[in-house]
Design a protein around this ligand. Structure first.
Ligand code: ACM
Length: 633
């Protein structure tokens, strides 16, 4: 008897924690802990807003602006609540006991208290905003609860390539807003590429008069079917950069500039050919590459890929880069400066007499060690200014720069090696669902993309901490990031399509404790709500396929297809006759039962159409009762 009692006692907290597991009141990323309480807080225009310190005033304004949008009324801001006045209180009292960036929310029928400071308070407000349902009769009812929350990783990043295609500052701000709403805190701004240099550098005006402009862009998937023949150009002025950095800082987002070296530097070389090993040599353009305008001299690239013409490691190049970095560091307060380091072919360095002599003079083994020398020299300069470098994992080759943080993109091996060498690591493996330029489904309807398959479920499944690391080594994994390369994203709407809903998966793997991850709850309970908001806001996104349907082959004779719309209010249409489903097909209203004759198969095709008219890709499920398996398209 005594023993049984003991077991029950032990088991009870476990049962409770399982029950708690799925409670997160719709918040993405799932908070560390949520305890529901009884009652509701009625938010209406009689509620007062209290924020007594300077740092919380900004978060209070944010909250009030949201209440105006959501409820159509604003809250009066007061110093203290009187008598039975209901209030929302933002406070830093007690916040020193919370983990970094952490917050606490206490919701009772009388009061909502958000405790935190700086980023913590900001995130607390973000969570409260997510808790608000639509207003009904001029009031918003929020369930009582107690929430404790803080991030798993201190680095939660999202990258954007503006070299291949660039986007207006207004969109960069929208991108930053999305990041902030989902508690991401590092915006990696990839500013220089073979196809365009996108940041004004006053000392080197040709970087933008020449380097920010290409004479055309390939049409279609690389190598392309033609050139569009249009000049594509643009760059961010230093004033615009300052504006973006300040905008991000107000949302507790650090902006990390990336200045690519020594590779991906065709645009800089087009502007200043002396940065090349072979200044007189024409930019190499393969015979079959669609091209617009002259093929002579140094050209900004018009096609995608990796190019041999990289920076020559002369003193002149280092002086150039130091001058560029001086201006960059004056614009970006970020501790980290990203120096690229990826995909830098060694062909020109092998051919170059200067490089070969330098290798000998420095006693280096090969061109990989020359790259390491290059990176280390730049690191020394950046460190001398009190900053640190991040580089892609190729910077491991030939020896890691002493203080470098490694971004592991070619799988996890680079990250594992760096952590074992006691270097900080940010995980962003291209096969881990974190390359948001990969397609989101197998459907033939996916827009042109770089290749690779990364559905949001795959992004969600990724754990940034490799199991092979020891407990000590694991501490070097400071975070996770997703990358957005824009070869095939020409417009903001396309970028939105590629990042959403994967950004939600990233948010949860970057912030929530592993024990709180729950894909079923994420995809079926929370995602629909967040997608509904995008649908209303006019933000583009990849519309998920019907819940309950897989792109798969199901075997059997009788099937019951039970679906649910992935966005509230969306409609699902389907066909069995191999035609493309649309509004004129059968509307799904209840589980579909079907019997497939022996030796035959049926193709079940669906499309989702959301309240705003956005459409999912067409999804096929093959119901096979012994027929040969040939996928229909
Ligand atoms: C990369 O994707 N080349 C870092």
């Amino acid at each position: 008897m005594k023993k049984l009692f003991f077991i029950v006692l032990l088991a009870f907290p476990y049962v409770e924690s399982l029950a708690q597991r799925d409670i997160n009141m719709g918040i993405i990323p799932a908070p560390v802990s949520v305890k529901k309480q009884s009652g509701t807080f009625k938010l209406d225009k009689t509620v007062v807003l209290i924020s007594n310190d300077k740092t919380s005033a900004q978060s209070a304004d944010l909250l009030n602006a949201f209440v105006v949008t959501k409820g159509g009324f604003s809250l009066r801001e007061v110093k203290t609540a009187t008598g039975d006045q209901r209030s929302i209180v933002l406070t830093s009292a007690g916040a020193d006991q919370l983990p970094a960036e952490g917050y606490k929310i206490d919701i009772s029928p009388k009061r909502i208290t958000i405790t935190g400071k700086d980023a913590g308070l900001f995130y607390g407000v973000q969570s409260v905003m997510q808790l608000m349902p639509d207003q009904k009769n001029n009031e918003i009812l929020i369930d009582a609860a107690e929430i404790n929350d803080f991030p798993r990783f201190k680095y939660r990043g999202l990258h954007l390539d503006v070299g291949r295609h660039m986007f207006p500052v207004s969109f960069i701000k929208k991108y930053i807003d999305l990041m902030a709403q989902y508690k991401l805190n590092n915006f990696h701004w990839h500013l220089t590429e073979d196809q365009g240099w996108r940041i004004e550098i006053k000392k080197y005006p040709k970087l933008t008069t020449v380097g920010s402009s290409r004479n055309g862009t390939i049409i279609g998937h690389h190598p392309g079917v033609n050139t569009d023949g249009e000049v594509y150009k643009g760059f961010y002025t230093q004033d615009e950069v300052k504006d973006v950095v300040a905008y991000a800082a107000a949302r507790f987002i650090n902006v990390i500039p990336e200045i690519e070296l020594p590779g991906h530097s065709s645009a800089a070389i087009a502007a200043y050919p002396e940065l090349s090993c072979f200044p007189e040599r024409d930019t190499f353009v393969a015979e079959n590459t669609p091209w617009s305008g002259s093929r002579k001299g140094k050209q900004v690239q018009q096609t995608w890929g990796v190019f041999d013409d990289v920076f020559v490691p002369t003193d002149n190049t280092f002086k150039f880069l130091e001058n560029v970095l001086d201006e960059v560091m004056a614009l970006f307060p970020s501790k980290y400066i990203h120096i690229g380091g990826d995909e830098s072919p060694k062909e020109y360095w092998k051919e170059s007499e200067f490089c070969q002599k330098l290798i000998k003079k420095l006693g280096l083994k090969d061109e990989h060690e020359l790259q390491s020398y290059f990176i280390q020299r730049i690191e020394k300069y950046i460190n001398s200014k009190g900053r640190s470098i991040i580089g892609w994992d190729e910077i491991l080759e030939g020896g890691l720069a002493p203080n470098a943080t490694v971004m592991s993109w070619r799988g996890e091996d680079g990250g594992i090696a760096a952590a074992q060498q006691k270097h900080d690591v940010i995980m962003t493996p291209n096969a881990g669902g974190l390359y948001f330029d990969h397609k989101q489904s197998e459907s033939a309807d996916e827009p042109t993309n770089i290749g690779g398959l990364a559905p949001y479920a795959k992004s969600y499944a990724y754990d940034p901490v490799p199991a092979v690391l020891t407990a000590d080594e694991k501490k070097y994994v400071i975070g996770v990031q997703a990358n957005v390369w824009t070869e095939y994203m020409r417009t903001p709407e396309k970028v939105e399509y590629f990042i959403l809903p994967r950004l939600f998966s990233l948010s949860e793997i970057a912030w929530s404790p592993v024990e709180r991850k729950n894909f079923k709850n994420f995809s079926e309970e929370r995602l629909p709500r967040h997608l509904a908001k995008l649908d209303q806001d006019g933000t583009n996104y990849w519309v998920p396929t019907p819940l309950g349907q897989d792109e798969s082959v199901m075997k059997g004779e009788t099937f019951t297809l039970t679906l649910k719309e992935p966005v509230p209010g969306a409609k699902i249409y389907y066909t069995f006759d191999l035609t493309r489903p649309s509004e004129t097909a059968t509307l799904y209203t209840k589980p579909v039962k079907i019997t497939v004759p022996k030796g035959q198969k049926q193709v079940f095709k669906t499309v989702v159409i959301t309240p705003s008219g956005r459409r999912s890709v067409v999804t096929e499920t093959i119901l096979n009762n012994g027929a040969p398996e040939v996928k229909s398209k």
